[in-house]
Design a protein around this ligand. Sequence first.
Ligand SMILES: NC(=O)c1ccc[n+]([C@@H]2O[C@H](COP(=O)([O-])OP(=O)(O)OC[C@H]3O[C@@H](n4cnc5c(N)ncnc54)[C@H](O)[C@@H]3O)[C@@H](O)[C@H]2O)c1
Ligand SMILES: O=C(O)C1=N[C@H](C(=O)O)CCC1
Length: 269
Amino acid sequence: MTELPGIVITGASGRMGQMLIKTVMASEKCKLVGVVEREGHDWVGRDIGEAMGGTAIGVHVSDDALEAFAKAQAVIDFTAPKATLAFAALAAQARCVHVIGTTGMTDDDLHELSHAAHHATIIRAGNMSLGVNLLTKLTKMVAAALDDDYDIEVIEAHHNRKVDAPSGTALMLGEAAAEGRGVSLNDVRDSGRDGITGARKKGDIGFTAIRGGDIIGEHDVLFAGEGERIILRHVASDRSLFAKGALKAALWGQGKRPGEYDMMDVLGL
Ligand SMILES: NC(=O)c1ccc[n+]([C@@H]2O[C@H](COP(=O)([O-])OP(=O)(O)OC[C@H]3O[C@@H](n4cnc5c(N)ncnc54)[C@H](O)[C@@H]3O)[C@@H](O)[C@H]2O)c1
Ligand SMILES: O=C(O)C1=N[C@H](C(=O)O)CCC1
């Protein structure tokens, strides 16, 4: 009988960390072999089942990522940019698939990740849900069909604890819109309007970020023309959506050659 792939979850106490742990534990296709938190966190050393308010499961929270990764076939990582870069080097060393949900990475961070991907299988997406990845395709199609008489705005809403803006999903959608238009997002990106900004520049792709309460994640791509508006929308109502997508990616990545992949590859879109 073949062994089930072992999975490590980083950021164990986080909103996504806890959801990922529950998702892996409920799956018959893999097993939870480790959970990692940052050094000094008060969950380090505790049984993760108990730390999450349930019964002990025999997996203890560690702050030694390399030791945890060495026992695993995949790491699922929804933490913070600097932590994710450090984990990428360790996952490459431990030869495990690195699934990255962390958002807010800079161009320099992404460049560094590309280096790690020479030796490791990295699957990264600003949103792991099927719905958003489909919406990304639709956004590209609609942007390609319309000219720049239609202003494109990506409007996103998230909970009041989110630290990065625009969201990773909004940037995915903006990239898709730019690709559809045949332009580079860096050349047309307009985020953070405030004050006397002047009229909207034709061809710009705008971003608006709403933060409040417990909103899980909502994204609209607005195409505003003369006399009509087209709105493509995705609403996430449960974080398990992202966790299930990430687990699918971790299993899909088994045996794949080193390199950078995304959810479009995983979902075959
Ligand atoms: N791609 C997606 O589908 C998707 C979905 C939801 C959230 N996210 C992203 O995932 C990330 C986490 O979101 P969240 O809401 O769970 O945040 P959170 O703040 O609740 O959790 C982050 C966790 O990472 C831990 N952490 C930070 N540095 C660490 C380190 N060096 N070692 C180990 N653990 C470390 C923190 O202690 C915390 O527990 C964000 O970037 C968010 O945008 C992506
Ligand atoms: O809660 C978050 O943070 C989310 N982050 C992702 C993003 O930045 O798009 C996905 C949705 C939830």
